[in-house]
Design a protein around this ligand. Structure first.
Ligand SMILES: NC(=O)c1ccc[n+]([C@@H]2O[C@H](COP(=O)([O-])OP(=O)(O)OC[C@H]3O[C@@H](n4cnc5c(N)ncnc54)[C@H](OP(=O)(O)O)[C@@H]3O)[C@@H](O)[C@H]2O)c1
Length: 257
């Protein structure tokens, strides 16, 4: 794991030099074409020239190659069937989906604002979706082939780091995602020893998800999606099977559970 003293933008300062491109090859599936997901697909294209990027989104995104809705089992079944039919060796799945707010969904500030439907929605997309995505791709893994599964979590999902409270459903759902994928990392270490699972905190990034909550974020602490993606890809490329199950921030530092 890298120390925080390194320049977090080194990879983007001269991305074409050989030391900053990776030899990962095969199919890279990026799920979620939101602010960070679209930028992650672009960063992988730049830094991993041997990867073939498959962009996945819910119906209707102009950049998407394949549709998948993590809330719907039929959609996940269709996604799995499409990957099997595709036949290319799967090298990476990067889950960039998530939800903090939306129609009828506002992060709770106090106990009285907690509502069952909102909690269920938070858990469905931020916790259950990622583990079912892993379940959907597992049949494509091969024991001797390196494979990375990365998923965007959030520092606010850290229980040990929770000093300000609030955002009950989102925090709890991200903590649940962390536990689900940590469990999976232990199972996969036995079954798929070349697999590496990484939970990533992107830092506060200027996307529709964070837009309503940016008022008090200093400009130098708000990443562009491109910068966040560069940083995330650089951290991901350093991960090896012995690191599987880590929860890392954009600068490579561990985040407390
Ligand atoms: N932005 C930040 O400051 C920040 C900070 C910490 C962590 N994160 C995490 O980073 C991840 C990406 O966030 P973002 O900032 O890029 O947000 P975003 O721009 O709102 O993108 C979120 C994406 O999730 C997709 N999505 C939602 N429900 C889905 C479902 N059921 N099936 C498939 N896709 C679904 C959305 O698809 P549609 O476009 O079809 O709705 C959208 O593409 C999230 O997990 C978020 O919690 C973000």
């Amino acid at each position: 794991m890298r120390g925080s003293g390194q320049d977090p933008l080194q990879i983007s300062s001269s991305p074409s030099t050989p030391s900053e491109t990776s030899n990962w090859s095969g199919l890279a599936v990026v799920v979620g074409m939101g602010g960070i997901g679209s930028a992650v697909a672009d960063a992988l294209t730049l830094h991993c020239p041997q990867l073939e990027i498959l962009r996945c989104s819910r119906q209707g995104h102009p950049q998407a190659d394949l549709a998948v809705d993590l809330d719907h089992p039929d959609s996940l079944d269709g996604f799995q069937a499409a990957l099997k039919a595709d036949g290319r060796p799967l090298r990476l799945v990067f889950n960039c989906t998530g939800r903090l707010h939306g129609p009828g969904l506002t992060p709770e500030k106090r106990l009285s604002q907690i509502q069952r439907p909102a909690l269920l929605e938070q858990f469905s997309i931020n916790a259950i979706g990622p583990i079912l995505l892993a379940q959907a791709v597992e049949p494509l893994l091969q024991r001797e082939r390196p494979f990375h599964f990365a998923s965007l979590s959030a520092r606010v999902g850290s229980i040990g780091d929770n000093r300000s409270g609030g955002w009950y459903g989102y925090r709890a759902a991200k903590a649940a995602q962390n536990q689900l994928l940590r469990c999976l990392s232990i199972e996969w270490a036995r079954r798929w020893p070349q697999a590496t699972i990484t939970l990533l905190h992107p830092g506060t990034t200027d996307t529709p998800l964070s837009k309503p909550f940016q008022t008090f974020v200093p400009a130098d602490k708000l990443f562009s999606p491109a910068r966040a993606a560069e940083q995330l890809v650089r951290v991901l490329l350093e991960q090896q099977p012995e690191h599987s199950g880590a929860f890392l921030a954009w600068d490579g530092q561990s985040v407390p559970w």
